[in-house]
Design a protein around this ligand. Structure first.
Ligand code: FMN
Length: 218
């Protein structure tokens, strides 16, 4: 499978980037074809009023490489691993801009919008967050936002790894071992169990199949 790791911190050797590398290694170990992109190589302009920047064909004219990122890296991927530092209890501004500008390529007036929408749906997504605070509430906003935006895009959020650190690379010292967690998410991107039951969803009373036969007592 094709996996895109999207690293959204302006610090290239920072904590979310370290987590992204670990997840990329896990995905490679699982035999996937891993592509790595730094958002700052592609995205410069903020989302604007489309009336000011769409051309006569409805195409976005913001002069950066967003379109190349979207069409050549994001759309062809089967799975996305998205890494962000926590900024003001949310995702990085660059990552938010990435999502804001999807509008320009998916709205009714965008040329080929349906193709882009088809290319965005059905992906498996893992989220990696680096932050300074260990308070659980700190990351809830961004996790909830990803839960909702993946639901909206018909994608599956398979898991979230949170690494605590502030100075560059410090996340490696987090005793909760977020790099191992990130690596595991990368490895299990397409295998991790994701459920979202309703009261009438048919299911067995066991989650992981039959109980292994216990070894006889000696
Ligand atoms: C603009 C800015 C806002 C931040 N806001 C938060 C915050 O709300 N909560 C938090 O725990 N850490 C916050 N931090 C700390 C970073 O999340 C932390 O240093 C993280 O490890 C940076 O990841 P990076 O190295 O991948 O850039 C902030 C840092 C910056 C620069």
């Amino acid at each position: 499978m094709r996996v895109l790791v999207l690293s959204s911190s302006p610090r290239r050797n920072g904590n979310s980037q370290t987590m992204a590398q670990a997840a990329a290694q896990g995905a490679r170990d699982a035999g996937h074809d891993v592509d790595f992109a730094y958002l700052s190589d592609y995205v410069e302009g903020l989302f604007r009023d489309c009336r000011t920047c769409r051309n006569l064909d409805g195409a976005c004219t913001i002069a950066d490489d967003y379109e190349r990122l979207l069409l050549e890296h994001v759309v062809p991927a089967d799975g996305l691993i998205i890494a962000t530092p926590l900024y003001w209890y949310g995702m990085s501004g660059a990552l938010k801009t990435f999502y804001d500008r999807l509008f320009c390529y998916t709205s009714g007036s965008a040329p080929d919008g349906e193709t882009v929408v088809d290319g965005l749906t059905g992906k498996r997504v893992a989220l990696l967050i680096a932050c300074e605070e260990s308070y659980k509430g700190a990351t809830l906003g961004v996790i909830t936002q990803f839960q909702e935006l993946t639901r909206y895009l018909h994608q599956e959020l398979i898991g979230v790894a949170v690494g605590i650190g502030n100075s560059r690379g410090e996340v490696e010292a987090d005793p909760a071992r977020p790099l191992d967690h990130a690596e595991d998410l990368g490895r299990r991107l397409f295998d991790a169990r994701v459920t979202d039951y309703r009261i009438d969803t048919p299911r067995s009373n066991r989650v992981w199949g039959e109980r292994p036969v216990a070894a006889p007592l000696r």
